[in-house]
Design a protein around this ligand. Structure first.
Ligand SMILES: NC(=O)c1ccc[n+]([C@@H]2O[C@H](COP(=O)([O-])OP(=O)(O)OC[C@H]3O[C@@H](n4cnc5c(N)ncnc54)[C@H](OP(=O)(O)O)[C@@H]3O)[C@@H](O)[C@H]2O)c1
Length: 278
């Protein structure tokens, strides 16, 4: 009979990153700056690029000689390597991985079933963060493997809560999530640039237009996320009869603004499915 895996000790557990890249650094920095874990309980290993050692050591994370040392000294292991190499990396570490450890992957497009097969166990959580993790505003979603306990999910929600917000969802939604929150920051960068171009066309200096455009998107997103009002209501609140805002909205509707955004999410979700077929 299989032994029941013990809980991860919340007050003392050690967190290891396999892959010392940008995403691992964003998570580690968020975890440390929010006080969720001290840096002494975080470890990683530099692969070929030794500048990554300095990046992690600069905020107190231990950089061990190799991946094996990281796994042997961690209770929670986050795989944060590129999709092309993850199979080889997990398979190579398999002899060292035990069900006493909670495994996590942030690798885009790689399914739990494959991760679990390569690791040899299913105490595995797949997380899809997005690039605003770099500024502590990620939108992340996690999906749980078969042997994951409720406390494991809570622990990962706390870790990723330090770099933004996290939701739990069935893995069948991951292509749609990729199309919305994964690719979404790029749609908004386009929107910010276009708003600034509009400001320049209306006579504003470029710097002022770009600053106003980014801050307007940030402010509107904060209102939509914090005020508990439907975005349609927020729009109605600022569109006074015969006013400037409804004149602008009319142009957006004539150009098919909503349909274009919906199509962008659907197209990216479809492409995500093509790139990682079941
Ligand atoms: N960046 C994001 O916002 C974002 C968002 C969602 C998901 N993700 C996912 O997060 C993962 C990491 O992305 P990233 O942006 O952090 O990429 P990255 O900066 O290129 O980091 C990947 C790291 O993996 C290391 N690596 C390669 N082979 C390795 C091996 N055999 N053992 C240990 N380390 C190895 C690389 O080291 P060397 O350069 O020294 O080889 C590099 O430091 C990807 O799977 C990506 O899909 C990222």
């Amino acid at each position: 009979m299989e032994l029941v895996a013990p809980p991860i000790p919340a007050e003392t557990y050690k967190l290891g990153f396999i892959g010392a890249g940008k995403m691992a650094e964003s998570i580690a920095r968020g975890v440390v700056s929010s006080g969720v874990l001290p840096p002494s309980r975080i470890r990683t290993a530099a692969h070929t690029n030794q500048s990554r050692r300095a990046a992690f050591e600069s905020f107190g994370v231990q950089v061990l000689p190799d991946n094996q040392a990281v796994v042997e000294d961690s209770d929670v292991v986050i795989f944060s390597v590129k999709p092309q190499v993850v199979k080889g990396v997990v398979s190579q570490l398999r002899p060292l991985l035990s069900k006493k450890q909670l495994l996590v992957s942030v690798v885009a497009g790689v399914k739990l079933k494959d991760l679990q097969d390569w690791a040899g166990h299913d105490r595995f959580i797949r997380v899809m963060p997005n690039t605003p993790a770099a500024v502590g505003e990620a939108a992340s979603v996690m999906s749980l493997g078969g042997a994951v306990k409720e406390e494991d999910a809570e622990l990962i929600a706390t870790l990723f809560g330090s770099i933004g917000k996290i939701w739990k969802a069935d893995e069948k939604y991951f292509d749609a999530i990729t199309g919305l929150s994964g690719s979404g920051p790029a749609y908004i960068f386009l929107a910010i640039e276009a708003l600034a171009d509009g400001g320049v066309a209306a006579g504003l200096p470029r710097d002022l237009a770009l600053g106003l455009a980014s801050q307007t998107v940030l402010g509107a997103a904060s209102m939509a996320s914090k005020m508990g009002k439907h975005p349609g209501q927020l729009k109605d609140d600022v569109a006074s009869p015969g006013g400037t805002t409804i004149a602008g909205i009319h142009e957006l509707e004539k150009g098919g603004f909503r349909g274009i955004l919906m199509n962008a999410v659907i197209a990216a979700a479809k492409r995500g499915n093509e790139l990682s077929p079941s």
